[in-house]
Design a protein around this ligand. Structure first.
Ligand code: HEM
Length: 449
């Protein structure tokens, strides 16, 4: 059979992709959000424009992949769920997650992270991540020990809010969530170690520039040395202690996996806070969440059995407003897509999460808050919905994230209701939900239920 390349975007289409997809994504900060740019993006709902551009591209060229001309780089955009499935299931065999641009960004703070590791050492690093994060287990072994710590931080946040006459805002929420992240990953003594978060933030800010900046070696070394010190301390009931105690193959770089966990956990704060906004705008779901929480003991770990709906609300927040705007791969061998077109090795492949998650052609509830779709099978087997990716490189932290978010939210909501004070344009039906929100602008009042 003769090989045929994917359809090619015209010059005008390429320009439109640059203006509506690439520039807004990079401007908001792929690795560390830039608050002013996020505010601007939300004001113009840039993800909605990006969605329209990609939908029009599919209308004109069909559902096969579309290649775009970028100087010095072959790049292909995926537009169909079948190709999304191939992207995820053929990873890492012929599609490496260590994509050139992603690696260029993440090497600033996690040079040994599994996600950007060369194929030769990827298996031992993935195995190590799975071992520490209890991948595939019904619940992580640390959940019973972590639940009271997470609840204590949420309750402290609640008390501070109730004792003040100020709305609950992002800065306080994020600070509380970072205390949780540091305690879970590094141990209780890291609770107030703001320096390690700041070092990471400085490196992440550079990572927003991908390959364009050279890593700041001294800052990176200071950050990595800080992480290694926590592994040496191996505080009980922390992931750092499990890292220290878990046997690993040569090349696994145990401590070198932790920077990714700290970085990725930050997205859980955004997803949790946005889920609170969704619940505030959907009182019928809040009532059901309250019933669910009332049916659990405060000490009970927030597993999928205990708080399924609350966890589904967090997944739904990540579907509506994915924290990873795109998932990138590079082909390592010639790849054939569902319409028979082929791309050579060395091609950058883009899966735009914010497009697929809101694809009205395939998802009747694309712009609605529909947490039940995660519970009743409607989203099952849909490879285009990928808040935590799919296949052999799927996020091994998913269950930990949903547990943390649900524990935090259940502590806030057990005796209270969230009222959304800002934004003024409410996130409630029948208006379709915006594709872009500025989570830093959300303000709440928590009132007794
Ligand atoms: C809301 C929070 C999170 C989201 C939305 C998320 C999502 C994702 C996604 C989409 C990927 C695939 C990335 C790609 O293919 O380019 C990924 C990979 C990964 N995530 Fe998460 N993640 C989150 C939090 C976490 C946490 C807290 C941990 C660890 C404690 C973690 C550990 C990992 C690891 C190790 C990988 C790389 C897997 C591999 O390369 O095989 N993630 N995550």
């Amino acid at each position: 059979m003769q090989q045929r390349p994917p359809a090619r975007a015209s010059v005008l289409e390429t320009l439109l992709l640059g203006v509506t997809v690439l520039i807004p994504t990079l401007a908001q900060g792929a690795i560390l959000r830039r608050p002013r740019m996020v505010r601007l993006a939300a004001r113009f709902d840039t993800n909605r424009s990006a969605n329209r551009t990609l939908a029009n591209l599919r209308r004109r060229h069909g559902a096969g992949p579309v290649s775009i001309t970028v100087p010095g780089r072959r790049v292909v955009l995926l537009l169909s769920p079948q190709d999304a499935r191939h992207l995820f299931s053929a990873t890492p065999a012929s599609l490496t997650p260590a994509n050139r641009e992603k690696a260029g960004g993440l090497r600033h703070f996690e040079p040994d992270g599994v996600l950007i590791s060369p194929t030769e050492v990827r298996p031992e690093r993935r195995a190590f991540n799975e071992a520490v994060l209890d991948w595939g287990a019904p619940a992580h072994r640390l959940f019973p020990a972590l639940a009271p710590r997470i609840r204590a931080e949420a309750q402290a946040l609640l008390t501070r809010h109730l004792d003040s006459d100020r709305p609950l805002g992002w800065d306080d929420f994020s600070a509380a969530f970072w205390r949780v992240i540091r305690r879970v990953v590094l141990g209780d003594t890291a609770r107030d170690d703001h320096r390690i978060t700041e070092l990471l933030a400085a490196l992440r800010a550079d990572a927003n520039w991908l390959n364009l900046l050279r890593p700041k070696e001294r800052t990176r070394e200071a950050f990595l040395a800080g992480v290694r010190a926590y592994v040496e301390r191996a505080e009980p009931d922390s992931l750092a202690a499990l890292v220290a105690a878990t046997p690993c193959a040569e090349g696994a770089e145990p401590a070198g996996q932790i920077p990714h966990w700290l970085f990725a956990y930050d997205a859980a704060a955004i997803a949790t806070y946005s889920a609170l906004a969704l619940l505030a705008g959907h009182p019928e779901h809040t009532d059901r969440v309250h019933t669910e929480i009332d049916g659990t003991e405060p000490d009970q770990p927030a597993t999928a059995d205990a708080l399924p709906l609350l966890r589904a609300c967090v997944l739904e927040s990540l579907r509506l407003w994915p924290t990873s705007l795109a998932i990138l791969r590079d082909t390592t061998a010639e790849t054939t897509w569902h319409n028979g077109t082929t791309t050579p090795a060395g091609t950058g492949i883009v899966f735009s999460s914010s497009f697929f998650h809101r694809d009205a052609q395939h998802l009747p509830y694309a712009d609605e808050f529909e947490p039940d779709a995660w519970l009743d099978g409607r989203n099952q087997g849909n490879w285009a919905l990928a808040p935590f990716s799919h296949g052999p490189a799927k996020c091994p932290g998913q269950d930990l994230v949903l547990f943390t978010a649900a524990t935090f939210l259940s502590a806030l909501l057990r005796d209270h209701r969230a009222l959304l004070l800002l934004p003024r344009r409410p996130l409630v039906p029948p208006a379709p939900l915006p594709h872009t929100i500025d989570h830093t602008a959300l303000r709440f009042a928590l009132t007794p239920k």
